[in-house]
Design a protein around this ligand. Structure first.
Ligand code: SF4
Length: 127
């Protein structure tokens, strides 16, 4: 069983209740397809400041998270055709954020959760 911590976007906080993130996590599909078993360790909303996000990542780890995922809408956007495309997400510098989270927590940080853009394999940032 792998306990997953999840970061969602502040901009989307009152628009999406994480429906597809949870669906993908519990069915081990999309960004979670590499796990044999999954459980949810917790969810936090991304903050403006990196240090604040690292504090939250440390809390997720202290609550048992063995990996932390950043929601797909942080770095991808839904096109007019309703499919998802890389770029134009709600958060800048997601790669730097994921690398810092992995470094800070000592656990992998994975860029992606639900409805991955076509052809995108989630980047895994390791400590
Ligand atoms: S990745 Fe999709 S399901 Fe998850 S929070 Fe963003 S919009 Fe909602």
């Amino acid at each position: 069983m792998t306990a997953i911590g999840l970061f969602r976007c502040r901009t989307n906080e009152t628009k999406c209740p994480l429906t597809n993130c949870f669906r993908s996590l519990f069915s081990r599909s999309q960004g979670f397809s590499g796990y044999e078993h999954t459980e949810l360790a917790g969810v936090f909303t991304l903050q403006e400041e990196l240090e604040a996000n690292l504090d939250l990542a440390r809390i997720l780890k202290s609550k048992g998270a063995e990996a932390i995922h950043v929601a797909t809408c942080a770095f991808a956007r839904k096109g007019e055709d309703k499919t998802w495309h890389l770029g134009g997400g709600f958060v800048d510098n997601v790669d730097d954020l994921c690398a810092a989270i992995a470094q800070e927590t000592g656990i992998p940080c994975i860029k992606g959760s639900a409805h991955l853009p076509e052809g995108y394999t989630p980047d895994v940032f390791r400590p």
